[in-house]
Design a binder for this molecule. Structure first.
Ligand SMILES: Nc1ncnc2c1ncn2[C@@H]1O[C@H](COP(=O)(O)OP(=O)(O)O)[C@@H](O)[C@H]1O
Ligand SMILES: [Mg+2]
Length: 315
């Protein structure tokens, strides 16, 4: 069974493939050509290309070794600004190979308190010779003025119906899907222009032939917390393929994030019918895997590895 997540499969690799946001793309392309970029602040709603554009920029700027010079972090996942600063320091103090600086992409910067943002600002200044920062947030008003004034601020636009249609068509072509006009409209209405959600809805409803409006609404209505419990039960009973299938169903059909799922698992563990010492052991494991995921580990891999732990404890 080959499982691919469409949000990743159809994430643009190059700036010119990005839907909408041309006001941002054109400026970034000019900077790539010049070989120099400033610190930036990306502000806008979810699923409109903030992370995507940062990745495209790194790829176009650094070429094939981009991974060595680009680090993604999440301000809300990390336990406090001290960890962020520690990781920034570790990454920034090793000089970049083949480039003048590295890029740090800090997602959900508006989750930081104003004090933490002050600390971040000092860190940005300290490493400004070796690092460029791209901060991402939903609302730029939640970012302290000294950071706003030291960054080029980009406001990301919400996707309109034409933009969603363009993206749906791209996926439909790639997957050879037949998507009705009504279905596309329904995707737009439900996702409100969030392309991550649009791709997930499409993937969830595409399994059985033509994608219709009804199938899109059906896919959107599905969100059963019992599924997490079922997945855990499969794993405890040693039915790994079933557990894994359930996991992908949660990630794709229901569009849950890795973090949502691990939180759900944590909640359900207490009600499992297994001895307390095993529960304690599993709770420790959950903490460990949540930490790894927040450190940038792939949610699919980390959650599968966690399910494997459940399997061990079930037997
Ligand atoms: N402007 C865009 N053009 C093309 N695809 C996009 C765009 N914005 C989002 N996507 C799709 O949605 C997914 C999530 O986008 P992402 O850039 O991570 O959103 P966010 O703005 O929340 O950081 C991507 O993997 C991509 O498939
Ligand atoms: Mg993002």
């Amino acid at each position: 069974m080959k499982l691919e997540i469409w949000t990743e499969k159809y994430r643009p690799k190059m700036l010119k493939e990005v839907v909408n946001q041309s006001h941002i793309v054109s400026r970034l392309e000019a900077w790539v050509k010049k070989g120099s970029i400033p610190h930036m602040l990306f502000a806008g709603p979810a699923g409109v290309g903030k992370t995507t554009i940062a990745l495209c920029l790194a790829y176009e700027f650094f070429g094939k070794d981009w991974r060595n010079n680009f680090q993604e972090m999440n301000a809300s996942d990390e336990r406090g600004i001290n960890i962020v600063r520690g990781r920034i320091k570790d990454f920034a103090r090793v000089k970049s190979m083949g480039a003048d600086f590295k890029i740090i992409f800090l997602d959900e910067s508006d989750a930081l308190t104003p004090e933490a943002q002050q600390a971040l600002r000092r860190t940005m200044e300290r490493f400004s010779n070796t690092c460029r920062f791209i901060l991402s947030c939903n609302y730029s008003s939640k970012i302290i003025e000294p950071i706003q004034s030291r960054t080029s601020v980009f406001r990301f636009k919400r996707m309109n119906e034409d933009n969603v249609e363009e993206y749906v068509k791209r996926i439909a072509k790639g997957e050879k899907l037949n998507v009705s006009k009504d279905a596309t409209k329904a995707i737009y209405e439900i996702s409100e222009g969030d392309l991550r959600q649009a791709a997930n809805l499409l993937q969830a409803s595409s399994a059985l032939g033509k994608v219709t409006k009804e199938k899109i609404y059906e896919a959107a209505a599905q969100s059963r917390p019992e599924d997490i419990r079922e997945m855990m039960d499969f794993a405890l009973k040693g039915k790994f393929p079933d557990a894994r299938k359930k996991l992908f169903d949660l990630l794709i059909t229901q569009g849950l994030s890795g973090e949502d799922i691990i939180k759900g698992i944590h909640k359900e563990v207490f009600s499992l019918k297994i001895p307390d010492n095993k529960k304690i052991n599993l709770i420790e494991q959950i903490g460990e895997f949540e930490f790894r995921m927040n450190q940038g580990g792939s949610p699919e891999i980390q959650l599968e590895a966690l399910l494997a732990q459940f399997m061990k404890h079930g037997k």
